[in-house]
Design a protein around this ligand. Sequence first.
Ligand SMILES: Nc1ncnc2c1ncn2[C@@H]1O[C@H](COP(=O)(O)OP(=O)(O)OP(=O)(O)O)[C@@H](O)[C@H]1O
Ligand SMILES: [Mg+2]
Length: 144
Amino acid sequence: MISRSSKETEKIAKEFLIGLTPLKNKATVVGLYGELGTGKTTFTKSVAKILGIKSKVNSPTYVIMKSYKLKGKSYKNLFHIDAYRLKNEKELLHLGWNEIIENKEHLVFIEWPENVIKALPKKHHQIHITHTKEGHRKFRIKKV
Ligand SMILES: Nc1ncnc2c1ncn2[C@@H]1O[C@H](COP(=O)(O)OP(=O)(O)OP(=O)(O)O)[C@@H](O)[C@H]1O
Ligand SMILES: [Mg+2]
């Protein structure tokens, strides 16, 4: 799927969220894979907007993690994590990662999952974004 703008990314996010069903006893974790500036934060912002979050969703590069309360039926909390500045899993564990991923009411989006790959559940959805020659973005989605 090709996205030429944040607007088109929002369409892709909408489709992704349709049919995303909570796991029975674990959080739903989504890894956003892709080089600098491919649009990982843009995708997460779209998700937040679609799920009804009114407050501004900024990149959590410096704070590492942000969480938002959701009003929907499927999930009660959205977590947005940017692992760019993390050297390894340890720092993620200090943020209460294990509690976060134990809760089936949690929906977790994580940028730069490669940096903390050992801490990610094996069953996590993957979204791979790459730059195209034309300056657009290509999305490849692997749902579990
Ligand atoms: N589909 C798209 N088409 C064109 N430009 C886009 C698209 N998606 C995002 N952008 C632009 O690319 C820039 C980087 O986007 P974004 O911050 O979402 O990337 P990122 O993958 O989160 O980067 P980082 O690795 O720094 O966290 C922004 O200026 C954004 O508006
Ligand atoms: Mg980002």
